[in-house]
Design a protein around this ligand. Sequence first.
Ligand SMILES: Nc1ncnc2c1ncn2[C@@H]1O[C@H](COP(=O)(O)OP(=O)(O)OP(=O)(O)O)[C@@H](O)[C@H]1O
Length: 224
Amino acid sequence: MNAADSVLAADAVSVRRGDQSILDELSLSIPAGSRTLVRGPSGSGKTTLFSILGLLDTPDEGHVLVDGTDASSLSERRRARLRRDAIGFVFQDFQLVPDLTARENALLPQTHGGERDPDWVDELLETLAVADRADRYPATLSGGEKQRVAIARALANRPDVVLADEPTGQLDPETTERVTGLLLDVHDSADTALVTISHDPSLASLFERTVTLRNGQLSETSSA
Ligand SMILES: Nc1ncnc2c1ncn2[C@@H]1O[C@H](COP(=O)(O)OP(=O)(O)OP(=O)(O)O)[C@@H](O)[C@H]1O
């Protein structure tokens, strides 16, 4: 697939930290509505790759294209708008705002200029089985509940693509299966592409494509 036809693409992206090369002319295309699992040893650069793909960081070399637009050609303001409208992010450590309730956290992408659709957010909280926690603050939620609120927030703007960094890392196997199922249901109904980092081998069969990051490069295994 041509990078310009993807909802999200990295084109020959390199990232260095000090004298360490983390990503080495790495390319990746994410087609609309696709499901990609990203694996790789600890420290191989998966989170770094996500921060580049999610426009939270810029590469030392190469380009990131969102819906065919080269993010490096945009002003910081337009890049932030593109990030808000096109990309949902589930952070490894959730990054919920402590003095906002679960519902307010999930609504954040909409209160920051996105299209307002609180009914959709309430539906997401319901689907993710945290609607009864909507008025609680993050400090009073379990790890798994925080994770589900973070997933609702990532989907609030119906993004073209969701980047989820270990979205089931805090969950027991049964809840992992449920949350993954819900993530995939929402992905199916909203036609959102899903890119997920996970070490959990049981997830591979749910993704049509698995890519493995090693030595700054990606290798691909088709699991379809
Ligand atoms: N800001 C930074 N400064 C220096 N080195 C960094 C920085 N951020 C990450 N690194 C290094 O980059 C490498 C890749 O880190 P990254 O967090 O992307 O790996 P990862 O594959 O997500 O790891 P894990 O599976 O353990 O979460 C590591 O060696 C890490 O120490």
